[in-house]
Design a protein around this ligand. Structure first.
Ligand SMILES: Nc1ncnc2c1ncn2[C@@H]1O[C@H](COP(=O)(O)OP(=O)(O)O)[C@@H](O)[C@H]1O
Ligand code: SF4
Ligand SMILES: [Mg+2]
Length: 491
């Protein structure tokens, strides 16, 4: 039996409408029947375009979202059947590393406090002294300085923060770690370091990983097995080498055709499959094969009406396509979709800007995520330069910059001596200032109005200050809220 087994997992989010009474008017089929197995000590890589349900699947495994149907079995225990308290205890064995390292770390807590939280919740360590020793050795193991303990998340770089996220998972001695886009928010130069660290830790501690990414390059080397997701289900799964050498599903073929090859001879011959149409909405997925609206090999009737099963074609290579064999043998002709030389001038830039290339889109979304750090997006990999991606960067970067700044401000505001003033404090303060202003203005009877004005001004200033402190805190909270609460729930 495998360590982690998912069988027919579905997560459907209801779409509600109505002011007084919530009516369910439909569902978002975020995850729609995923079955996979993860062996102990191995890494399962899950890839697919943004929005295909990867994160939701990861959260379903941890039961951070309700599973609509199916089972998640960890080491023989069906997690869906556990009570709340039993599941809480079980969560120690299943940890998650989040995409946004800053957002998932509480800016008001220092590193020791962040790492201690989960240990206390799960009764690890007899006392704080013992816990501190353990935290110190793990911090050292993930490559962080010993003085990190008393520092706050904003004092670290992106890569270091992700190391903190990894340490937070490790202190609980989990069996399985789900890494959701663990490096997509990081600078390209740091990505490899974090992936290497994950690999080293796996070798040393015998960890089992599920690594989620939209970028095939990220999961390639770290994964033993790779699953490709499209609109809530797996379309192909194979041992990593096999998948890269011989992708069998048309969607995987298109994704792969967008990845540049380091060998210049091969790169010169590389062809790119351009898909037509956008990714359909998971609230209204196509009938039959979910990919038929974009598949270059789609055959009338059957592909539009009959949903293909994930079939084993031998050697653990599973493919959800009615015509996988015929396509591989070259017996089936492409009906749509253009195949172009990847090196043809301008080709790399076109697909995403035209909104027609799945590969281009994947790159574009990748760029947008990489652009989370302002100014660093420029360093992102060569081929991903689409106009769309740039647009996304321009939109995303300032927002994220603002959030990061806000987070920093809020964190600073929490530091001793710089505590953000509460509204109550302001109200007490304002009259004092007014009094001071009054004193200043005393003797100037002709300007009898002045003290009042000064008091007003003082009040507004204070109110302004408080508001600013509040909004920056709120912004910071918003930026990190989703993931933070996930991280907190995951404890
Ligand atoms: N809580 C939710 N309620 C409704 N829809 C959701 C919720 N969470 C995710 N979704 C939707 O489910 C789909 C899959 O999302 P997600 O799992 O985040 O994809 P990925 O991680 O692959 O980018 C998306 O269309 C997303 O909008
Ligand atoms: S089943 Fe049909 S539409 Fe789906 S991937 Fe295969 S050929 Fe394409
Ligand atoms: Mg995601």
């Amino acid at each position: 039996m495998s360590l982690l087994e998912l069988d027919g997992v579905k997560v459907h989010f209801p779409i509600k409408k109505g002011i007084l009474f919530d009516r369910t008017v439909g569902h978002v089929y975020a995850v729609d029947g995923v079955s996979l197995k993860v062996e102990a000590g191995q890494t399962y890589g899950l890839v697919g375009e943004s929005g295909c349900g990867k994160t939701t699947l990861g959260r379903a495994v941890l039961r951070l979202v309700d599973i609509t149907e199916g089972s998640v079995v960890l080491d023989g225990t069906d997690l869906a059947k556990l009570s709340g308290e039993e599941m809480r205890r079980f969560r120690r064995r299943l940890q998650m590393v989040f995409q946004d390292p800053l957002g998932s770390l509480n800016p008001r807590q220092n590193i020791e406090s962040i790492l201690t939280e989960g240990m206390i919740a799960h009764g690890i360590g007899k006392n704080q002294e013992e816990r501190r020793e353990k935290i110190k050795s793990i911090l050292e193991r993930v490559g962080l300085p010993a003085n990190a303990l008393s520092r706050y998340p904003h004092e670290f770089s992106g890569g270091q923060r992700q190391r903190i996220g990894i340490a937070r998972a490790l202190v609980l001695e989990p069996d399985v770690i789900i890494c959701d886009e663990p490096v997509s928010a990081l600078d390209v130069s740091v990505q490899a370091q974090v992936i290497n660290l994950l690999e080293e830790l796996q070798d040393e501690l015998g960890l089992t990983y599920v690594v989620i990414a939209h970028d095939l390059a990220v999961v390639r080397h770290i994964s033993d097995t790779i699953g490709v997701m499209y609109l809530g289900s797996l379309v192909e799964e194979a041992p990593s080498d096999v998948l890269y050498a011989e992708p069998r599903h048309p969607y995987t073929k298109a994704l792969m055709s967008a990845v540049p090859v380091p060998d210049p001879d091969v790169e010169d011959r590389r062809e790119r499959i351009l898909l037509t149409g956008d990714l359909p909405s998971p609230a209204n997925p196509p009938s039959g094969c979910r990919f038929h609206t974009r598949c270059p090999w789609a055959q009338a009737e059957r592909c539009a009406t009959e949903r293909p099963e994930l079939r084993d074609l031998g050697g653990g290579h599973r493919v959800a396509c009615h015509y996988a064999e015929e396509i591989a043998a070259g017996k089936l002709r492409r009906v749509t979709g253009e195949v172009v030389s990847a090196v043809r001038e301008g080709v790399e830039d076109k697909p995403a800007s035209e909104g027609t290339g799945v590969a281009g889109k994947a790159e574009a979304s990748g760029e947008a995520e990489k652009a989370e750090k302002p100014g660093k997006a420029a360093k992102a990999e060569g081929s991903a330069k689409s106009a769309k991606a740039e647009g996304a960067q321009k939109k995303e970067a300032p927002k994220k910059a603002e959030a990061a700044e806000a987070a920093e401000k809020a964190a600073k505001a929490e530091k001793p001596g710089k505590a953000a003033k509460t509204e109550g404090a302001d109200k007490k303060e304002a009259p004092k200032k007014a009094e001071a202003a009054k004193a200043e203005k005393s003797g100037k009877a002709e300007k009898a109005e002045a003290p009042e004005k000064a008091a007003k001004a003082a009040r507004t200033d204070e109110a302004d200050g408080a508001e600013k402190a509040e909004t920056s805190e709120k912004k910071a909270e918003k930026a990190g809220k989703a993931e933070k609460s996930e991280a907190e729930k995951a404890v």
